[in-house]
Design a protein around this ligand. Structure first.
Ligand SMILES: Cc1cc2nc3c(=O)[nH]c(=O)nc-3n(C[C@H](O)[C@H](O)[C@H](O)COP(=O)(O)OP(=O)(O)OC[C@H]3O[C@@H](n4cnc5c(N)ncnc54)[C@H](O)[C@@H]3O)c2cc1C
Length: 434
């Protein structure tokens, strides 16, 4: 098993992002040098890899984590910071897709993920702007209200605290008249994603894990009953390997990269907003996303900058050009911000699966992989990292929240990727003419 190029179609670097400019510092770490022996080697330094390293170290395992670039360089450092409970799917759809046995465990685990994240933040004193004021999902069309009601109803039956709002209440809480109704999930919250990723890595180091950045795993090979991971200047001999490269997977494990569809996600941030104007944007706090296929999402950061995003890969040369879609979305959503300038724009890659359910793989004994969070990875990444640690530590397979699937390349992956990108563009255009 070999390969080292990232293989993702990212068109921006992490350091283009607002998060890179405002994150807590990364705890110093150096590239892996020489031969290391460990119980577990972790490949990938996002939420999944860092959470796995933290929970393995807490179990007393000797852990060495290698990351190609720096901590949070993948989706974990680039995302919008909306920490939601559950998957995109309604609970009944989760049950249909993974069956009652796994579905019950998956839903129970994922409903708790914002709590898991906030507990880790509290325990390790991670300065990442955790704000538990919930996340709003807003109906882009009148017909979408029904879907929100169904989603809320199914979750309420499971005890979730979800509130519904009519059109007028929605404009009061969001500061925009564009939506036809909404729900707020009080389990959810927002955070600074890169600071959280760096804080998780620091927590893992505090508990004894070794972390080596700028150390791409070049090969992953079986060596008798052990695994051998090689990097440019070192190697790790370990009993087990956690592969946490998700949408940024390369050819280290055959077929893995091809088992998710890479989908772009674009974000931009304004300069800090003035006190008077900021009172009119998301006045109830928290964050929002909507029900369009391309999805608009919006939140404020600690310095009162508006952060706006949508799905798709977009290369935008000049954000001061009023015709570009970030400006059109801004005028459509919050016309009061017409003259506010952008300071940062960036993008990243999300790993989609055809049925929107994450995947759990173990193609050979001692090799553990999760991926495909479909754009909802803060809670799930933390949860699945912890789950992999538990599995390595002895959790029986019958207690896992997902079936263990064979790695299967997605049929017509490039066509599907193209389809998504075209659908997102079309949805953006439709958004402006509706
Ligand atoms: C723009 C954007 C917005 C998003 N918004 C949200 C949101 O608001 N809420 C939410 O919950 N989720 C969101 N997501 C999804 C979320 O960010 C991801 O699901 C999550 O970060 C996945 O975490 P991970 O640790 O599994 O993978 P990643 O964070 O992608 O980490 C994989 C890491 O593996 C490393 N790697 C790859 N190959 C190798 C190798 N050979 N050797 C060593 N290291 C390697 C990469 O450098 C990378 O750092 C968003 C994603 C994007 C891109």
């Amino acid at each position: 098993m070999t390969g080292h190029s990232s293989g993702t179609p990212d068109i921006h670097n992490l350091n283009d992002s607002l998060w890179y400019a405002t994150a807590i510092p990364e705890k110093k770490s150096s590239p892996l040098q020489g031969k290391r022996v460990a119980d577990v080697a972790v490949i990938g330094g996002g939420f999944t890899g860092c959470s796995a390293a933290l929970h393995l170290a807490l179990q007393g395992a000797a852990v060495v984590l290698v990351e190609s670039n720096e901590i949070g360089w993948g989706g974990s450092g680039r995302n919008a910071g909306l920490c939601n409970a559950g998957l995109w799917l309604d609970p009944d759809d989760v049950m249909d897709r993974v069956g009652h046995h796994h579905g019950t465990k998956l839903i129970a685990g994922l409903t708790e993920t914002p709590k898991l994240v906030s507990n880790i933040i509290g325990r390790y004193n991670i300065d990442c702007d955790w704000d538990p004021r919930g996340v709003v999902k807003a109906a882009f069309k009148p017909s979408h209200v029904k879907g929100l009601d169904r989603h809320a109803e199914q979750w309420r039956k499971l005890g979730a605290d979800i509130e519904s709002f009519d059109r007028e209440q929605t404009s009061n809480i969001l500061g925009t008249t564009r939506y036809h109704g909404s729900i707020i999930d009080h389990r959810s919250g927002t955070l600074h994603p890169l600071s959280y990723a760096r804080g998780l890595a620091r927590a893992a180091q505090t508990e004894g894990a070794s972390i080596h950045t700028h150390s791409p795993a070049l090969t992953l090979e079986r060596d008798g009953s052990k695994w051998n991971v090689s990097t440019p200047d070192g190697s790790i001999c370990a009993d087990s390997v956690v592969l946490a490269t998700n949408a940024y997977s390369n050819s280290l494990v055959p077929g893995l990269k091809e088992s998710v569809i890479p989908v772009g996600c674009f974000m931009c941030a304004t300069e800090p907003l003035g006190q008077n104007i900021v009172r009119t944007i998301l006045p109830a706090g928290g964050a929002m996303y909507d029900t369009q296929p391309s999805m608009y999402f919006a939140r404020l950061d600690r310095e009162r900058r508006l952060i706006l995003g949508t799905l798709g890969y977009f290369r935008i040369k000049d954000l001061s050009d009023k015709r570009t879609w970030p400006n059109r979305i801004m005028r459509w959503l919050f016309p009061q911000l017409e003259n506010v300038g952008w300071t940062h724009h960036w993008s990243g890659t999300i790993g989609f699966t055809p049925d929107h359910v994450p995947r759990l793989y173990s193609p050979e004994p001692g090799l553990y992989i999760t991926l495909g969070y479909n754009g909802r990875g803060i809670g799930p990444g933390t949860f699945f990292g912890k789950m992999l640690a538990g599995w390595i530590g002895g959790t029986p397979e019958s207690d896992l929240p997902l079936p263990i699937d064979p790695i299967k390349p997605i049929t017509f992956r490039h066509t599907r990727q193209l389809f998504y990108q075209t659908a997102f563009r079309a949805s953006l255009l439709r958004g402006f003419v509706s």
